[in-house]
Design a protein around this ligand. Structure first.
Ligand SMILES: Cc1cc2nc3c(=O)[nH]c(=O)nc-3n(C[C@H](O)[C@H](O)[C@H](O)COP(=O)(O)O)c2cc1C
Length: 502
């Protein structure tokens, strides 16, 4: 490996690498290395690019061209002697895309007693390599899983473990600990810690610090799926969200306990670092002070306690829009139907199942500056869902389902007395996309409709091709990643809201 430092690389490429690395739970260097070395990993949703000679097919072609152009400008021609993958790898090794986004920031990391505590060691590294200084508080239970010695070695500082440690209380004290940080991160956050904070307890250092702080708190819960779905944990989470606590994860997947899977896995350290980055981001926030409601995902309409009517919506587009609006500073309330993806960082998410619940949640969240209806809400539900599982009775034949219309949430809000200043609807169609979108615009009282043809693999996929239909005309956007659609749409919304008072 050489020593050339390249200071300029396409931001989109860095962002793309960062996102896919976070999703796979690997470092950006590893993600780049894997993409460069394995032909199979090239197509992360983009068009395959023809390979040149024996070089790997090159998904990052544009940025590599940029690197090569830059290399040619370097004085000693050092760049030209190296092969392409080495060049990018060098760049990433030295830069890792995160470019010290957290310099001068102090993060207080509270580690609780769960299996995922080992991942908090990596989290410390991720935060520090972005320039943050990290102070750690460990609960008594956390010390059963990782030692203060390892944590202290990684933070290069003292680890705080005891509320009644006279020396610590004299030197720093729990109030200062809680106030000197720019952000408090709890990772892993146990069911126990969530319960404590939801109930206002402060009987150990972690809970006392959380009760005393005036800073934002980001929690990364980690627990067994049954603990996560327990009504008590759900209640506590709802209470904590009401109190302004932010969440990243948990994710769905395999648990550390063998044979267990479900929702409860702690978000990966890189995902948590990305959420922290977002919360500490000091770039201009054109949507600061704006409250925006976003709906996302499908709805599940019950037939009986075990069966329901659903659709293929994954929530990827709606969640990405919520995240993009949050990045621009909006106070985003996401009303999500049942999805298998994590809640976006920095967004308050309300989980619902049925269309009627979604409508009620949206109405409760009003007034708002804007509302973006991305959810694929079922048009109909089964009339009078059965209380008990419908049994198959020999000779009776299949049951007849009578369908009734669900509330039209977009139209309800579009004509509401508390109508947000900007109302945006999505129209998922499989035919006559434009015609249907234009009709929807007038009928639903929306300012613009984002029409998409979902006849292909849009539902559940990572890419989308949308057309923006408004009274002032039609704008066709080329096919792009759902994150990119989200970022552009957030920009458009910011532009539209610019003319109204905050
Ligand atoms: C092996 C083992 C693994 C555990 N993993 C978790 C976990 O992942 N999440 C959780 O909420 N609790 C877990 N617990 C239970 C907590 O350690 C326990 O509730 C403890 O009181 C939490 O204390 P704290 O919140 O002060 O750290 C685990 C316990 C054991 C023995």
């Amino acid at each position: 490996m050489g020593t050339v430092t390249v200071r300029k690389i396409d931001d989109d490429v860095i962002r793309d690498l960062r996102i896919s690395a976070a999703r796979r739970g690997v470092s950006m260097e590893q993600e780049a290395r894997d993409r460069l070395r394995s032909p199979q990993t090239q197509d992360h949703g983009s068009e395959p690019v023809e390979s040149a000679g024996n070089k790997p097919p090159w998904r990052l072609k544009a940025s590599m061209e940029e690197l090569l152009a830059l290399g040619r400008k370097l004085p000693h021609g050092e760049f030209d002697q190296k092969d392409e993958s080495d060049r990018l790898y060098d760049y990433l090794e030295q830069h890792d895309g995160h470019s010290m986004t957290m310099s001068d920031k102090q993060i207080l990391l509270i580690i609780c007693g769960g299996i995922a505590a080992y991942k908090s060691l990596d989290l410390i590294r991720r935060l520090r390599e972005r320039g943050a200084s990290v102070r750690c508080v460990m609960t008594k239970a956390a010390q059963e899983f990782v030692t203060p010695l390892s944590v202290g070695a990684l933070t290069a500082g003292h680890v705080f473990t005891d509320l009644f440690d006279r020396q610590d209380e004299h030197d720093v004290g729990h109030i200062r600990l809680s106030r000197e940080a720019d952000l408090i991160v709890v990772a892993p956050a146990t069911a126990d810690l969530m319960a404590k904070l939801a109930g206002g307890h402060a009987n150990d250092l972690a809970s006392a610090v959380l009760m005393a702080t005036d800073k934002k708190v980001l929690m990364a819960p980690a627990m067994n799926p049954s603990m996560w779905s327990h009504p008590a944990t759900r209640r506590n989470r709802a209470q904590l969200e009401k109190d302004g606590i932010l969440f990243v994860g948990p994710n769905t997947g395999e648990m550390a306990e063998s044979g267990e899977a479900g929702t409860g896995r702690m978000a990966e350290p890189l995902e948590i670092a990305a959420a922290v980055e977002l919360l500490l981001d000091t770039r201009p926030k054109p949507l600061a002070g704006r409250r925006i409601i976003v709906t996302s995902g499908p709805t599940h309409e019950p037939i009986d306690p075990v069966r329901y009517i659903a659709n293929r919506s994954s929530g990827k587009q709606g969640h990405a829009i919520a995240a993009a609006l949050a990045r621009l500073g909006a106070d985003v309330r996401l009303v999500s139907g049942p999805v298998a993806i994590p809640d976006p960082a920095g967004v308050r998410t309300i989980h619902v199942e049925r269309a009627e619940e979604m409508r009620d949640a949206v109405e409760q969240l009003m007034p708002a500056d804007a509302a973006i209806f991305v959810a694929a809400v079922a048009d109909w539900r089964a009339e009078g869902a059965a209380d008990q599982k419908i049994k198959k009775v020999a000779g009776d034949g299949p049951p007849v389902l009578r369908m009734v219309e669900n509330p039209d949430i977009l139209a309800t809000v579009g004509h509401h007395r508390k109508r947000p200043w900007l109302v945006v609807g999505f129209a998922a169609e499989t035919q006559d996309v434009l015609k249907n979108a234009e009709a929807k615009l007038a009928k639903k009282g929306a300012d613009f409709i984002v029409a998409n043809d979902v006849s292909g693999s849009v539902m559940g996929g990572d890419r989308n091709r949308v057309t923006i239909v408004s009274k002032s005309g039609v704008q066709e956007w080329p096919e792009m990643g759902k994150d990119e659609v989200a970022a552009r749409l957030a920009g458009l919304i910011a532009e539209r809201l610019k003319t109204t008072a905050v």
